[in-house]
Design a protein around this ligand. Structure first.
Ligand code: SF4
Length: 552
């Protein structure tokens, strides 16, 4: 970074709050506006007090900062900047005080204003609206040195390839808008586990630092001839017969266009603005392509390429991935057969095969061996799935092993369509985090599917798709006739079948469960994003929690 470049005053505010927050925002270009940030923006939009000059942007190369002051006031011949804060002031021994980050921000504005106006500025003021108090910040002789010191530290961080550690002041994380990205609690759990050989990590558990409303939903457009347009900040879905549905863009995680539906340019633009990927798929659920705004965070991708090019990094991660998948398959069969002794006896040879593959995967020395053990386990697992279908269910719903491309029975048609939806969910999570889906750690780039998305979906095939499909089949959710289309040996879902499975899948994705290593509850939808972020941590100096989830 050159000496002529300046920092936003808000960046110095972040720096004083937490160096890691500064790094994530300014170096990795991650910004997540949460409810508090939205509230702050609204407050600034509402401000229009008489006598205040608002919207003044200033920059000083000499100071190394730039920024837009909230307001300026002139009282008794003195000019000073006013900063508005929605929250509360710090409680000092003799009354309200500014928070350190707010004080640095106010000083930076005062110095900018002094240079801009060519006159001395002796104080800044901060208005804390929740307390209804205004706190004065004197501009002392040390102010210039304080701001210069912060700018120097910011420059040093910008030239470092490493994220600073999480702040030791845990309370700050509770109020931090980047907690869902930074994952400070997860880092603390991993560190505690490392220090105590695993014991304290589990005991400590992690606080869940992301709000429930951060979970947005996939919007599926299934009806042939439907159209997706834009109205304000909503996506409007118009069915061919004219029925319309408006969905707020902030409620949508991704838009999935099945078959021959249309999306207008205006709607695509809204999706790009709001970071909503648009997936185009065939009526059988196969991916055609996607549209997404170009991602920032080039540094993040460079780190990914470097890390995953090293076998010493990629192979242990691939092994954890396979162990998680196979162990979840084993647990699924064990759990589904635990109350039926006869069933347990029938599936026990398969369970033995899965256990043997698990031991083999743990010892595998290359990706080929890993994939081999994974394949053996998958074959045994699908052979046992037929036993788990309720004997009273329609025999047509019972699978015969695993058949794909094309599926040759109804159960496999459901599983294949479900895996297609899971692939898109995981791809959306990878795009959201800003990793490159084309660069994976286990799968080779052989088909049009992205290897990293294929890798990560291994973690969720059993808990999200297999468990949900088996449950729905056993609850008789699907009609063996009207929900399927049979063409020769090929079996596909009909439109009604697709709609039912989409509903089952979306419901399952948003079910909450307790993470086995972190100790808090979260939905599978959120967990997909979490695993991508935990994967990235593996090569960012905070390893240990990727692929640790197991079904109970
Ligand atoms: S969550 Fe905590 S450690 Fe992470 S950036 Fe925010 S304040 Fe810093």
């Amino acid at each position: 970074m050159s000496e002529a470049q300046t920092f936003r005053v808000m960046a110095l505010h972040a720096l004083a709050y937490c160096e890691r927050l500064f790094y994530l925002e300014e170096v990795e270009e991650i910004r997540v506006p949460d409810e508090r940030v939205w509230a702050g923006r609204t407050l600034h939009q509402e401000l229009d007090e008489p006598g205040e000059i608002v919207d003044l942007t200033m920059e000083s190369v000499a100071l190394g900062v730039r920024g837009r002051v909230d307001a300026l006031r002139c009282r008794d011949g003195s000019l000073f900047p006013v900063e508005h804060k929605r929250g509360r002031a710090k409680k000092g021994p003799s009354g309200p005080e500014p928070w350190e980050s707010d004080r640095l921000q106010a000083l930076a504005y005062a110095l900018l204003l002094a240079e801009h106006a060519g006159r001395s500025v002796t104080e800044a003021r901060i208005r804390y609206h929740q307390d209804n108090v205004t706190v004065r910040v004197p501009v002392t002789e040390s102010a210039t040195a304080e701001v210069a010191g912060a700018v120097q530290r910011a420059r040093a961080l910008c030239s470092s390839p490493n994220r600073p550690p999480v702040t030791p002041e845990e309370r700050r994380c509770v109020r931090c808008s980047l907690a869902p990205v930074c994952l400070p609690e997860e880092t603390r759990v991993a560190e505690a586990a490392e220090e105590t050989g695993g014991r304290e990590g589990e005991e400590r558990g992690a606080l869940r630092l992301f709000p429930a409303d951060a979970e947005r939903r996939s919007l599926h457009v299934v009806t042939p001839g439907a159209k997706v347009g834009r109205t304000g900040t909503c996506l409007r879905v118009t069915e061919p017969e004219g029925h319309t549905q408006d969905v707020g863009a902030r409620e949508v995680s991704d838009l999935v266009v099945h078959g021959h539906a249309q999306v207008t340019t205006q709607a695509l633009r809204l999706c790009a603005e709001e970071g909503i990927p648009v997936h185009y798929v065939t009526t059988t659920g196969a991916p055609i392509g996607y549209f997404a705004a170009s991602p920032a965070g080039v540094q993040r991708r460079i780190r990914q390429y470097r890390a995953l090019s090293e076998d010493t990094v990629a192979l242990p991660l691939a092994r954890r991935l396979v162990l998680a998948k196979v162990e979840n398959e084993l647990r699924h069969v064990l759990r589904a057969s635990r109350k039926d002794e006869g069933l347990r006896v029938r599936v026990s040879p398969r369970l033995e095969e899965i256990r043997k593959a698990l031991r083999g995967a743990a010892r595998a020395t290359n990706r080929g061996e890993l994939m081999g053990h994974e394949g053996v386990a998958a074959k045994a697992y699908f052979a046992s799935i037929a036993e788990l279908v309720d004997p009273a269910a329609d025999p047509a719903m019972r699978p015969d092993g695993r058949s794909r491309r094309p599926p040759t029975d109804r159960f496999n048609a459901l599983i294949s369509f479900g895996y297609g939806m899971l692939y898109r969910d995981v791809l959306s999570a990878v795009l959201q985090v800003g990793l490159d889906p084309a660069f994976g750690l286990l799968h080779e780039p052989r088909s049009s599917a992205f290897p990293l998305a294929l890798d990560l979906m291994e973690l969720f095939r059993t808990p999200v798709v297999d468990v949900a499909v088996l449950g729905a089949v056993n609850r008789r959710t699907f009609d063996p006739q009207s929900d399927f289309t049979i063409t020769g040996p090929q079996v596909w879902l009909s439109e009604t079948g697709r709609k039912k499975l989409i509903e089952v899948h979306e419901r399952r994705k948003h079910e909450e469960y307790r993470h086995t290593a972190l100790g808090y509850s979260l939905s599978f939808a959120r967990h997909m994003e979490l695993e991508v972020r935990l994967l990235e941590k593996e090569w960012s100096g905070e390893a240990g929690l990727f692929a640790m989830m197991r079904i109970r």
